[in-house]
Design a protein around this ligand. Structure first.
Ligand code: MG
Length: 158
């Protein structure tokens, strides 16, 4: 049986933090505020996978009040969620991600992001799609206050 889940995340840009998306360090003047490494791509994928399997959400699994997840590597959190899915008899099949951000452009990092995510998800590189979109200068994303990520996960339940 095939099931599909959707995940969304957003984080605010702040000075003095590294920008990390899909585990990749992205060169930019600002990083993202957050309790963990604030990797919004990993977080949106986690919620999409959990949604596809009805297994709750990222805030239940990794509360931002828990000191264990301070500055946590979100690819490790994603790895934990993939294991949780497998234990429930579900395997990731395909991930489609849209990163909505004005700057920086994520195009130069797409391949590295897909490869890193595919490794953690146990799928081929071609089963992870990463797309970047600007918000055409509109609203909080257009003003460069932060970024948003939408992820759709397709999962096969054994
Ligand atoms: Mg987040």
């Amino acid at each position: 049986m095939i099931r599909v889940g959707i995940g969304y995340d957003s984080h605010r840009f702040v000075p003095g933090r590294r920008l990390v998306l899909a585990g990749q360090h992205i060169v930019h003047d600002f990083g993202l505020a957050g309790h963990s490494d604030a990797d919004a791509v990993a977080h949106a994928i986690i919620d999409a996978l959990l949604g596809a399997t009805g297994a709750g959400d990222i805030g239940q699994l990794f509360p931002d009040t828990d000191p264990r997840w301070r500055d946590a590597d979100s690819l490790m959190l994603l790895h934990t969620v993939v294991q949780l899915l497998r234990d429930r008899g579900a395997d990731p099949v395909h991930i489609d991600v849209t990163v909505i951000v004005e700057q920086p452009r994520i195009g130069p990092y797409r391949e590295a992001m897909s490869t890193a995510l595919a490794r953690v998800l146990g799928v081929t590189d071609s089963s992870v799609s990463i797309k970047g979109k600007s918000n055409e200068g509109m609203g909080w994303i257009g003003r460069g206050e932060g970024l948003a990520v939408i992820a759709v996960a397709t999962v096969e339940v054994r």
